[in-house]
Design a binder for this molecule. Structure first.
Ligand code: NAD
Length: 496
């Protein structure tokens, strides 16, 4: 019989106050029940926040290098449990094992980076304008951080948020996506195994409307970090604005790969397959538009469709599978509705465009990798995030036009250009409106020590990863020490 899982609140694994649970099933085979998980409510959130507040008072006083040591141990535990976690992740959300192993590895890299950051967290010491006076700044923790995450990177994204939050001395209330509660549970297990004081981390399972919303509205949670859709992010923005909370938003994308006429086409082909159909197109950085130079347009499309039609769908646990299932029925139906819109707008369907059938795939949410050509800039398929295995191909005549088309969407996360022209590649890096530009690589592959995030409606100006995220999870405080023994008035007692 499948296991019934619990929340982690107040330093213990506990049942939800609602007494309610939901079933989490394998999207590649819905007969496979991963487990029953709490459908928690606002009371569980309130208990978690109160417990975290108590723990915060202790944890904030632990020296940052010592907090870093805990995170180093977390990296060690994740390393030891990498294969087990990757398998559990593939089972509950579908992407292939190579990708879920990469997802855990990103958590490991983030842990070790955070460990080092415990010995930096730099402030500044600057000269004062007055005699016998020191002026300096340092970074202090903020309080309880509410962490709300999506389903597609169930380990990497929570670690991008939770590890820097902890390193800076905050306590955490974590709500993973209701589609990936098992991976969230395993992450909390690893934190505890590594020696994190238990009440510093709280795990509350459940839906966005009940649990996520209660975290965002809780008056004792001053700090919210969210990754998910732009629509949900906008709602959070309204609440956090009204309540004066610090908010980091990482949201949708409509990323384009530009392939110029001088590109290495074989390289670009491997890139677009990985960018568009990896994670079954369910990545914020997915290549969902291909801007193809007219001189290579027809040839490249023939090469592309030939490869797309051969992609092998199946369970991500099967070593021969290249594309796993979608996360759930709603995601599959949403993808189908975009295909119908594209057909209605006159886009040219080259392959896919429907649910994948056959006995082997009949009990999962499998959708055929889909390519539309002849898509006009401004069409809905060219403008809106699908979050599924659908690629829109637009014919372009020049790099200038490609950059214009690239930029003419409301999102700006990742971008890519395949060319051998060094001048063109630097111009694209300069003029493309996005948080990330890849040259001769697809729109994927964040490295843990570099800032990650997007412009326009993809984000709200913050970055995850690298050194920048530590600014989000800490507050600058300035300290002046006047040892002159007299009253010195800044801007008044000057030395002229
Ligand atoms: P989602 O917005 O449906 O859910 C994200 C999280 O928010 C979940 O934990 C959900 O339960 C919670 N939530 C939902 N409604 C809420 C509410 N009213 N208040 C508080 N929390 C609420 O997104 P999803 O379907 O899980 O993920 C797909 C989306 O995430 C895509 O748009 C994708 O582009 C985006 N994404 C962005 C990045 C990035 O770094 N920019 C990374 C991954 C995914």
């Amino acid at each position: 019989m499948a296991k019934t899982f619990k929340n982690f609140i107040g330093g213990a694994w506990v049942a939800p106050t609602t007494g309610e649970y939901y079933e989490n099933r394998n999207p590649a085979d819905w007969n496979d029940l991963v487990g029953r998980f709490p459908r928690s409510g606002p009371k569980d959130v309130d208990r978690a926040v109160r417990s975290a507040l108590g723990a915060f008072e202790q944890w904030r006083r632990v020296p940052a290098p010592v907090r870093g040591d805990v995170l180093r141990h977390v990296g060690d535990v994740l390393t030891a449990r990498k294969e087990e976690i990757a398998r559990a992740m593939t089972r509950e959300m579908g992407k292939v094992l190579a990708e879920t192993r990469g997802d855990v590895q990103e958590g490991i890299d983030t842990a070790y980076y955070a460990a080092g950051e415990g010995r930096r967290l730099f402030g500044h010491t600057v000269p004062s304008e007055l005699r016998d006076k020191w002026a300096m700044s340092y970074r202090r923790p903020i309080g309880v951080a509410g962490i709300i995450t999506p389903f597609n990177f169930p380990m990497a994204i929570p670690t991008w948020k939770i590890f820097p939050a902890l390193l800076c001395g905050n306590a955490v209330v974590f709500k993973p996506s209701a589609d990936v509660p098992h991976t969230g549970t395993l992450l909390v297990e690893c934190l505890l195994e590594a020696g994190l004081p238990p009440e510093v981390i709280q795990l509350v399972h459940g839906g966005g409307g009940a649990v996520g919303n209660a975290i965002v509205n809780h008056p004792r949670v001053p700090l919210i970090s969210f990754t998910g859709s732009t629509e949900t992010g906008a709602k959070l923005g309204e609440t956090c604005g009204r309540m004066h909370k610090r908010l980091s938003l990482e949201m949708g994308g409509k990323n384009a790969m530009i392939v110029m006429d001088d590109a290495d086409l074989d390289l670009a082909l491997d890139g677009v397959l990985w960018g568009a159909f990896g994670t079954t197109g369910q990545r914020c950085t997915a290549t969902s538009r291909l801007l193809l130079h007219r001189k290579v347009h027809d040839r490249f499309l023939r090469m592309l469709v030939d490869r797309v039609e051969k992609l092998r769908l199946g369970s991500g646990l099967d070593a021969t599978t290249e594309v796993g299932p979608m996360i759930n029925q709603a995601a599959l139906e949403n993808t189908q509705s975009y295909v119908d819109v594209a057909l209605g707008e006159g886009d040219d369907l080259l392959c896919g465009g429907r649910r994948a059938g056959g006995a082997r795939l009949s009990k999962g949410w499998f959708y055929k990798p889909t390519v539309f050509a002849g898509v006009k800039p401004g069409n809905r398929l060219e403008q809106e995030e699908v979050f599924g295995p659908v690629l829109a191909v637009v014919r372009i005549n020049s790099l200038d036009q490609a950059i214009r088309v690239n930029n003419d969407v409301k999102y700006g996360l990742s971008s890519s250009l395949y060319t051998r022209d060094v001048n063109g590649s630097f111009r694209a890096a300069q003029d493309i409106d996005a948080g990330i530009t890849y040259i001769n690589a697809p729109t994927i592959g964040a490295e843990a020590h570099l800032p990650f995030g997007g412009v326009k409606e993809t984000g709200n100006g913050h970055r995850e990863g690298g050194w920048e995220v530590y600014e989000f999870y800490s507050e600058t405080k300035v300290v002046y020490v006047d040892y002159s023994g007299t009253l010195q008035r800044a801007q008044i007692d000057t030395y002229d």
